[in-house]
Design a protein around this ligand. Structure first.
Ligand code: OGA
Ligand code: NI
Length: 338
């Protein structure tokens, strides 16, 4: 019998159904059960009623757009530095070198971290340092909006971390305590995807397939579809599903550090962004522990039959390596410096 060849367009990509956690739900047991199921199933869930108002979210998106509308020479004045603060131009990130053949991601971004002044000894640590900001006359109020969002999103991250702790049979404040999330490497990243059509066959993606590096990511998007997840990274062929944006919700996903921490009980999930010809804006907030936090197999995630799969690792060491592996070397921008 002749073997069946696949021809014609690929099958349509279906929309994933993922659980929704209501942070204002007084029945914490219900939230824990929903979150646990989501973490075991796909590592993605929505969070609603998180305390950040819709008006304020709209303002953050409006300010983000204003930045990306600036001419390139203005944006290059706040080019990303070695502390991962500032503007990342188109193609700066290369998330999936196996499948992205010629160029990196068709997106530009802007990193904002925890502000640590240069005269503070803590600023010696990787990821710590002062933020860089567009000049006030260029974008009035921009810095204040972003600082407020950074602050509020961290509170959402901590609230989610408490439910994750319960879902892993840990004390509710296992993650939300000074040694873990007291001085976190929390990073806000504004993103703009160019209005191009992605073409996996040609290795062209808005964002190449990847899993996030850290603990959890909170993602807010506009209403343009584009984000896809692959629930089983080992399946061949890989099956991708769209995640629909929900107005006002954060899409939360688990990172690789949590996968290590939980000994693969809670897996990080492969995801990517496909451009559909429209501009698309999103805002990612990466919640990562303190620099010196040691990520080692949680007491509730190991048994005699299932011993720890990974050695312990310091948070900042792990993250530094992952950023280095996925971002352009800063020297490629030397020619832009005046
Ligand atoms: C990311 C990411 C998805 C999106 O920044 O890690 O996966 O929709 N973003 O922008
Ligand atoms: Ni991601």
């Amino acid at each position: 019998m002749e073997s069946q060849k696949q021809s014609g367009p690929e099958p349509p990509i279906k929309v994933s159904t993922i659980n929704c956690i209501d942070l204002s739900n007084p029945d914490i047991g219900e939230s824990v059960a929903l979150l646990k199921q989501a973490c075991l199933d796909c590592g993605f869930f929505y969070v609603v009623n998180h305390g950040i108002s819709q008006e304020f979210m709209d303002e953050v998106f409006a300010q983000s757009k204003k930045f990306f509308y600036l001419p390139l020479n203005e944006k290059l004045k706040v080019l990303r530095n070695e502390k991962h603060r500032g503007y990342t131009p188109m193609f700066d990130e290369f998330l999936d070198p196996d499948n992205q053949v010629h160029v990196g991601d068709y997106k530009e971004g802007y990193y904002i971290g925890v502000d640590v002044p240069e005269n503070d000894p803590e600023s010696e640590k990787p990821f710590n340092g002062p933020n860089v900001w567009p000049a006030d006359g260029v974008l009035p109020g921009w810095r204040q909006t972003m600082e407020k969002f950074h602050h509020e999103a961290l509170e959402v991250g901590k609230a989610v971390s408490r439910i994750i702790a319960l879902a892993l049979d840990l004390e509710v404040d296992f993650f939300d305590k000074p040694e873990v999330l007291g001085k976190p490497i929390a990073t806000l990243r504004l993103l703009h995807y160019e209005d191009q059509f992605s073409d996996p066959a040609k290795g062209i993606y808005g964002a190449g397939a990847h899993s996030d590096f850290g603990f959890i990511t909170l993602l807010a998007t506009d209403d343009v579809m584009g984000l896809q997840i692959c629930k089983d990274k080992d399946a061949k062929p890989q099956i991708w599903e769209y995640v629909t944006p929900i107005k006002g919700a954060f899409i939360v996903n688990l990172g690789d550090m949590l996968e290590r921490w939980s000994n693969c009980m809670f897996k990080s999930t492969l995801h990517r962004v496909l451009g559909n010809g429209q501009d698309r804006y999103s805002i990612a907030y990466f919640v990562e522990p303190n620099h010196d936090c040691l990520v080692e197999c949680l007491p509730t995630c190991k048994t005699e039959k299932s011993p720890p799969k990974f050695p312990q690792i310091r948070c900042s060491t792990y993250l530094s390596q992952r950023y280095k592996d996925t971002h352009a070397n800063l020297s490629v921008y030397d020619k832009h410096q005046a």
